[in-house]
Design a protein around this ligand. Structure first.
Ligand SMILES: *Cc1c(COP(=O)(O)O)cnc(C)c1O
Length: 395
């Protein structure tokens, strides 16, 4: 069979094909950058419009209580929790991933007083590295770093000095998926606490935070979750830590009784204390509407489609781009892949600029990586083949 026949067959048997209609994609565009900014879900504009005209415009301040605004960080948190493999009452939504990560690192370290090592992923996303360095400085911890393929070794080497280990579940450059359960177990064996950044995993790979015993997790909701530009991030804290959870940003929304206006801080029970200030309602409402795209979809279905797309992408590269200077950087073993394909090419920047002009949108990470994000809800095998063919025409 030709790759065109294979694409047609795979798309004809794709149970997620109807989900594409839940997104507004411009005609003539192949969108493979949903791992950076998810496409616009069709419901968002209407829902946000209603919040503005009805709730804000007419109901005014009563919307905080009667309209449910105050509880949105928790209700939207539980909806994301379903995609994290987290039972209700452990996930909160608000602020940025950077802020959520800072909170998680500090709160995690406070659970392990006396231990002096903060271990981070050497290839991590820049903001994660910058924040880990600042958290270590603030707490007087020694910052160590290790590449992910030697992370478990570094955890064991830190031994009883390990306070916190932090890493990303999926490498943002290569798309490699790491062994969350195994590395969490290794961290616990050393007596440490783990903080995972799930930005490139949530909505793309099945997660089991409760089952895997993960302590803390954070992540973006504007990538695979399609929550919109600057959509608020999420933070997960395992229930067993709630009673001792010492949140660094003790804002009034984490207080046991915010509207009593007490002079001193008293934390709320449970995950509710893991909030800080007034939530970004318009962005939360957009994210809440965006999550409807996932409502009848199981993470395993997303995984099956995503792996089918990335395997097909790699097959097409092998078949159509051999000898044209491309290397497949993303692992070929399915269990090691997230939901993107990364190609190395010496002219990455120029190639991507031309691709985008022609309606095929991916992105570039310096110095020479072309990234193609594969959102199983709206990308087809035909999209993948068309992109590879365009690369063929350009090289
Ligand atoms: C996208 C991404 C971020 C972005 O953080 P913001 O605070 O939303 O800017 C952080 N960490 C990782 C791993 C990411 O992939």
């Amino acid at each position: 069979m030709t790759t065109a026949e294979i694409a047609a067959k795979l798309d004809a048997h794709d149970p997620l094909a109807p989900a594409r209609d839940r997104f507004l994609l411009p005609a003539g565009t192949v969108y493979l950058d949903g791992n950076s900014l998810g496409a616009l879900p069709a419901k968002v504009a209407r829902t946000v419009g209603h919040t503005i005209t009805k709730q804000w415009g007419e109901d005014l301040i009563t919307s905080w209580f009667r309209g449910g605004w105050l509880r949105l960080p928790l209700t939207v948190g539980d909806r994301i929790g379903r995609l994290l493999g987290a039972g209700p009452g452990q996930t909160v939504v608000g602020d940025t991933t950077s802020v959520q990560l800072f909170n998680a690192l500090i709160a995690a370290a406070r659970l392990r007083p006396g231990r002096r090592v903060l271990l981070m992923d050497a290839g991590g996303f820049p903001t994660d590295r910058y924040l880990a360095a600042s958290a270590a400085r603030l707490l007087g911890l020694e910052l160590r770093e290790a590449p992910m393929d030697r992370f478990a070794e570094a955890v064991r080497a830190a031994g009883d000095q390990l306070a916190v280990a932090t890493a990303s579940a999926v490498d943002f450059r290569t798309g490699e998926l790491w062994d969350l359960a195994g590395l969490t177990r290794a961290t616990h064996d050393a007596g440490g606490v783990v903080v995972w950044d799930l930005s490139h995993a949530t909505g793309a790979v099945p997660l089991a935070l409760d089952r895997d015993g993960i302590d803390f997790a954070v992540g973006c909701s504007y990538k695979f979750l399609s929550g919109g530009p600057g959509a608020p991030a999420y933070g997960y804290v395992a229930r067993r830590h709630h009673d001792r959870l010492d949140h660094p940003l003790t804002g009034w929304h984490g207080h046991a009784d915010p509207f009593a206006m007490e002079p001193s801080y008293r934390p709320a029970d449970g995950i509710a204390r893991y909030r800080s200030g007034t939530p970004h309602i318009l962005s939360l409402v957009a994210l809440d509407a965006a999550l409807d795209a996932f409502c009848d979809v199981e993470p395993e279905q997303i995984r099956a489609k995503s792996l089918s797309l990335s395997a097909f992408f790699i097959d097409c590269v092998d078949e159509h781009l051999a000898g044209r200077g491309f290397d497949v950087v993303t692992p070929r073993e399915p269990q090691r892949r997230g939901s993107q394909v990364t190609l190395r090419h010496k002219d990455a920047e120029e190639l991507m600029a031309t691709l985008i002009e022609r309606g095929f949108i991916g992105d570039v990470r310096p110095p020479n990586l072309l990234r193609f994000g594969l959102n199983a809800l709206y990308v087809s095998h035909a999209d993948v083949l068309a992109t590879v063919r365009e690369l063929h025409a350009l090289t």
